[in-house]
Design a protein around this ligand. Structure first.
Ligand SMILES: [Zn+2]
Length: 544
């Protein structure tokens, strides 16, 4: 009798385990969202106030310490990691712009998402393209496995849409000027015309300032920055008719992009076809707000609370269609507040980088010491990759390189300088991304063909915008430091068991995680990331 009961209990336990471990059907739709410049710091600061879509995602599988683990924490490299599983050293997207000193183009500068083979192209006026991306994306692999899978990308920036969707999307739309355009020759869904009308309508009208929600009130305080009279920190958006820049640097821009994503998704009935579909959304307004107003004022507060509300509505409407969808949300990079406010708010020695660190100033100064004419070195900013003129004789190139490395190392704003030889010799990084050395971070951004001859790292809290004008950017990202590398990674699916993992993970883990969810096999060694098991118990969403 006793034995029988025990046996029955065993059977019960076994069947319970079988139920718990039964793999769920793959979701019918994956929604992958990048909120540009949504740093781990912003997530931590505002998480307590979210009530909409970001609240929902904060109650899924939460990785508050995600890392864009590489050095050049810019838009294009960041987006290239999210759905490829690969770091920039493998995606080839080392920066927003890099130099090709062999090109005939006078500026020698290549934009990450252009096709420079198109005659007349330059880094500002170009034909958008994904030719520089060296690896396939999740969407590419999904469509290769099952041609019935549809991959749709909608983003505020061309490089976001292109780097996240890759080489063979079904539809890809991004803004150019005041219209959404595509680099693909696909017939436009009706939602594109509606979105373009939406932009035109908003531009034709004056928008009043937005309300200041309660959590934003203590954050609303004017901080002087740049020329006399310019302040930020207590703004509430709103814009005059025709002011396109003010429209884009506001929550309205994300509303427009989300509206287009929802429109195309509904029109194509994503998630209701024969295969698993992928909807990619690139939301740029948080980045624009961060650049123009910084991260700690009323503007960022209003932006994030509005985004939370808009994402809530977006998910609610997906729910009404009864689609089984899985969401991942992350960011292309983190961010750093303007040094003027950092200093006021107990952040210590924050400052703006010396304008003399620019290649066009440093190069000729070095030339004077060496008795060599010309610019000698090229660089897109006051830090990052620098290139020595290839037209120089080999001996002179070496002298310029040695002199430049010494000059940058001697500057009080510079933390470190590494030469190409040092970077190439460094082993590819491994282990938790928060433990990597600065050199390993740079190694993760290194591409033998595209990277420079040396890499300049500014000290922490030195903002690489030397001077502030009457308008334009006052704060930015791009550094090797963790405030620019750390981003939240949030997964959510209805019915999943929530958990939080505070240890560091990488954005390159997202793609293998999603591949695990839909049973898509990945070739061994083809990605840098690993599958994150989204089941908190003994079952797993990863390949066994
Ligand atoms: Zn940015």
């Amino acid at each position: 009798m006793k034995l029988k009961l025990f046996a029955a209990a065993l059977v019960l336990a076994a069947s319970a385990a079988a139920v718990a471990q039964a793999p769920r059907n793959p979701p019918k739709l994956i929604v992958a969202i990048s909120v540009d410049q949504f740093s781990g710091d912003l997530f931590a600061e505002y998480r307590q106030y979210f009530t909409g879509g970001l609240r929902r995602l904060s109650e899924g599988a939460v990785f508050p310490a995600g890392f864009q683990s590489h050095a050049a924490t810019e838009t294009c490299p960041g987006h290239s990691t999210i759905l490829t599983g690969a770091r920039p050293a493998r995606t080839g997207i080392i920066a927003n712009n890099w130099f090709d000193l062999g090109t005939e183009r006078p500026d020698k500068l290549i934009y990450c998402a252009e096709d420079e083979r198109v005659p007349g192209s330059n880094s500002e006026d170009y034909t958008p393209s994904g030719v520089h991306l060296r690896v396939p994306t999740l969407g590419d692999l999904m469509r290769r496995r099952d041609p019935r899978s549809r991959v749709v990308a909608v983003a505020g920036k061309d490089r976001a849409a292109i780097m996240m969707s890759g080489h063979n999307p079904t539809q890809r739309w991004f803004r150019s000027g005041t219209r959404f355009v595509s680099d693909r020759e696909t017939p436009a869904p009706a939602a594109v015309a509606s979105a373009n009308q939406d932009i035109a309508r908003r531009l034709a009208e004056t928008a009043p300032p937005m309300a200041l929600p309660a959590p934003c009130q203590p954050r609303s305080r004017a901080v002087p920055v740049g020329p006399a009279g310019r302040t930020v920190g207590d703004g509430r958006f709103g814009h005059a008719a025709g002011d396109g820049e003010a429209l884009l640097d506001s929550p309205e821009y994300d509303e427009i992009v989300l509206g287009l994503a929802e429109g195309i998704s509904g029109e194509m009935r994503l998630g209701q076809g024969a295969g698993t579909d992928l909807l990619i959304v690139g939301l740029s307004a948080t980045d624009y707000v961060g650049h123009r107003f910084g991260t700690q004022g009323s503007e960022m507060c209003i932006q994030l609370l509005a985004l939370d509300r808009m994402l809530g509505g977006f998910f609610d409407r997906l729910d009404t269609q009864g689609i089984d969808y899985a969401v991942v949300l992350t960011a292309d990079h983190g961010g750093h507040d303007l040094p003027e406010r950092v200093r006021e708010q107990a952040g210590g020695q924050a400052e703006r980088a010396d304008a003399d660190l620019r290649a066009r100033v440093m190069g000729p100064a070095i030339g004077q010491r060496l008795g060599l004419p010309g610019q000698l070195i090229y660089g897109d900013s006051v830090f990052g990759d620098f290139y020595v003129d290839r037209a120089l004789a080999e001996a002179d190139r070496r002298r310029v390189l040695d002199e430049a490395v010494q000059a940058y190392r001697a500057h009080p704003h510079v933390a470190a300088v590494f030469t190409r030889v040092e970077i190439e010799a460094a082993p590819a990084p491994a282990g938790p991304p928060d433990t990597w050395s600065v050199l390993q971070r740079i190694r993760a951004s290194f591409d033998a063909e595209r990277s420079g001859d040396f890499y300049v790292v500014l000290k922490p809290r030195v903002t690489p915008i030397p001077t502030v004008g009457a308008t334009g950017s006052i704060a930015t990202h791009g550094s090797v430091w963790d405030y620019d590398r750390r981003v939240p990674i949030l997964f959510w699916r209805r019915g999943m068991t929530a958990f939080e993992q505070p240890l560091s993970v990488e954005t390159v883990d997202i793609m293998p995680t999603l591949a695990g969810l839909i049973g898509l096999p990945l070739a061994p060694g083809s990605v840098d990331g690993r599958c994150l098991d989204l089941d908190p118990g003994p079952a797993t969403t990863c390949p066994r």
